[in-house]
Design a protein around this ligand. Structure first.
Ligand SMILES: Nc1ncnc2c1ncn2[C@@H]1O[C@H](COP(=O)(O)OP(=O)(O)O)[C@@H](O)[C@H]1O
Ligand SMILES: [Mg+2]
Length: 248
């Protein structure tokens, strides 16, 4: 894989509302954050607290009603369509339900996002390297249904890496997995950060996952209600105990 460094992400006064019947529901309510390049940040909070919406705003899948998202000094919220499309191609997305195409092989699923670009043999070589890096060498010709949930999520991660992202957004990536497989997916994400300095923002409900991240940001009703640095020199067991005392 190519050497990269992670993106710095800033949000300022970010707001996103939805219409719920005649009411307006504020899913993200004035979120201002600065996320350091190469950090792995757990986004926690109860269902409906705005985790997914915040990830989609940072990834420019959703549009903000007000406030800004700035990635590496480029204000994403001010970009026009073409520049926005280029930005999205450079962000990796991983979802809880993998979102693989069931009729395509593992290899073709990984290539799918970059199909219009580059020569096919370049793409195949890169996809093979990525599948090797996520521990799936030899499974290129399998169909998604022939793989376990953990393996399918590895395919989704390989696919997310095709665009050489400096920022990876993961929406409950271990939410469908048991703790062993979930732990292995987190091992993989942390190793990607260690090798490439990638910045990773991941929504999770799980303490064991959050405790292994560098920082925990908890949302409540679309606002940041807790922001904890987990890197300050404690051993993993102490960090786990500390996270165990927090509400998630
Ligand atoms: N596309 C949408 N249309 C209407 N309401 C939405 C939409 N997406 C999210 N919401 C609402 O915004 C709030 C935050 O949702 P979400 O960001 O999915 O939270 P989380 O990921 O923490 O569960 C919820 O009340 C949800 O119902
Ligand atoms: Mg969600």
């Amino acid at each position: 894989m190519d050497a990269t460094t992670g993106s710095t992400v800033r949000t300022a006064g970010l707001v996103r509302q939805f219409r719920a019947g005649t009411e307006r529901l504020t899913a993200v309510d004035g979120v201002s954050l600065e996320i350091a390049a190469g950090s792995v940040v757990a986004l926690t909070g109860p269902s409906g607290s705005g985790k997914s919406t915040l990830l989609y705003l940072v990834g420019a899948i959703e549009q903000a009603d007000s406030g800004t998202v700035t990635v590496d000094d480029v204000e994403i919220t001010g970009l026009r369509r073409a520049a926005l499309a280029r930005y999205r191609q450079r962000v990796g997305f991983v979802f809880q339900r993998y979102h693989l195409l069931p009729a395509l092989t593992v290899l073709d699923n990984v290539i799918a996002p970059v199909l219009p670009r580059r020569g096919r043999s370049d793409q195949v070589n890169r996809a093979r390297e990525l599948l090797d890096a996520v521990g799936l060498a030899g499974r290129e010709r399998s169909l998604p249904a022939q793989l376990s949930g953990g393996q399918q999520q590895r395919v989704a991660i390989a696919r997310a890496l095709m665009g050489e992202p400096r920022l990876l957004l993961a929406d409950e990536p271990t939410g469908n997995l048991d703790s062993t497989n979930g732990g292995q997916i987190l091992d993989l994400l942390l190793s990607l950060r260690d090798r490439h300095g990638m910045t990773i923002l991941l929504a999770t409900h799980e303490r064991a996952i959050a405790a292994r991240c560098d920082r925990l940001i908890r949302l409540g009703d679309g606002r940041v209600v807790e922001d904890v640095d987990l890197t300050d020199g404690e051993d993993p067991a102490e960090t786990y105990d500390r996270v165990a005392r927090l509400r998630l």
